[in-house]
Design a protein. Sequence first.
Lengths: 290, 265
Amino acid sequence: MQITFDQVSHIYAKGTPFERVALHNISLTIPSGSFVGIIGHTGSGKSTLIQHLNGLLMPSTGQITLGDAVITPKRRLSHSQRRDIGLVFQYPEHQLFEETVAKDVAFGPLNFDLPTEMAEVRVKESLEIVGLDYATIKDRSPFHLSGGQMRRVALAGVLAMQPKVLVLDEPTAGLDPAGRVTILEGIYRIHREQNLTTLLVTHSMEEAARYADYLLVMAQGQVALQGKPEEVFMQVDRLRELSLDVPETVALVSHMNQMLPDKASLPSSLYREEELIAHLLERLSVPKEG
Amino acid sequence: MLQNIAIGQYVPGQSFLHRADPRSKLLFIILFATLIFLANNTITYAILIGFTLYAALLSRLSLSYILNSLKPVWILILFTVVLHIFITKGGTVYFQWGWFTVEEQGVRQAIFISLRLGLLILISSLLTLTTSPIDLTEGLERLLGPLGKIGIPVHDIALMMSIALRFIPTLMEETDKIIKAQTARGANFTSGSLVRRAKNLIPIAIPLFVSAFRRAEELALAMEARGYRGGVGRTRLNKLTFTWRDVVVAVASVILVIVIGWWRT
């Protein structure tokens, strides 16, 4: 599902002393099927931006297009259109409320009038996608799970709606490294298997570099930089200005390039860890063979 | 959604009203409320209105924002007006239609009583708009201090009040977030029968309670970790002190009392 923002602004608490411009004339296009990393500091407008995708916030001015649906300051998203956009908030485990895990995950599908049997199938599928065993977990109370498990249940609750667009607001915040990898790998797998359009809000350049094929850097309610990861990471100075860092892989490549002669320099498209390692191993193994 | 509610909202600032001592502001409000009820003719009301407007100017907040605080009670004011116009009789008859009359006393009472309500709300919202919850509870604690001598736990009450005030915005934010999250999962809070709508509140209420208890527990732990052991022997970082501003408030109070006492009939 293609997503387009056309000169979208959002002003909070308009007409009070607390008035604040959170988004300022944002225009951008996200092609269907892309994995977009949204990076920026707290207060840069990331969360405000993604809440517009679901019609939870209405733009103060401008227009948003989601596939066929159009959101304007006066035009809301209909209930059924909302199903296509799965929005996972920060700390989604704080929304769990049902007696059992299965019931909680089924909340979304049932709200969109899916028959009970079909909802059950969806619950099973989505719990397994996030790496939880349906049979053992379905009857447990969500409040007796570990933090990481709770988060995965909450994520399953959104996936069970089978959205076409998946929006995640810092899904790994507060998790240990192993938990981070499990969640992100799960999301990446679904993204590819179900051909979703995915937006991942993150603080971590490493996470963005690893999964995203398009990056949006937000600052002060505006899109400061956008483009393919290698294009964005090339603008080291601009990123520093926004007090953001490049991923360690990119820092390593540029550090090595300073020491290498020009013709032997490493390509800047090597920002993914595995690709960089593979490339370096290949380079280093050449003399041995010859 | 919920962030537009302005009840008890504090707007930080550096105006005269912001910097006056909360104790003198609290005492003044009590005095002013009494004066509002003593006023009984056009001139005394005019003085009180003028004074309230001047105080609003002193706060350096926009007048329209201050007047916003009347929004939640305008129905009550309207109701009072209608009731008095229809029921209170006496004086010249302005309008007659069958047995139904609008008379001088009715109109007079309608105006005065609604002015009373309006002024009371305006002046007390000026207090909350210009006084941070912490200052407010500390002022209250100091004013009620003497009650501690007869065994009333003034400090604990003040602490509970300030915690409650402190967490109103936090819980509002939390509620807003949970509503959004459940809406994103297709929950519908605005349509359906009454029973259905009440049922729809469960997905909001339960997470909200869970998080409120979690916060309470965390707060208690954090307070203990920092050595909190009740009000006994506790010193203050920012002591309240009376300044020239409070002298001004006191003088203004005395003048108001004299003026209202002189002009009322």
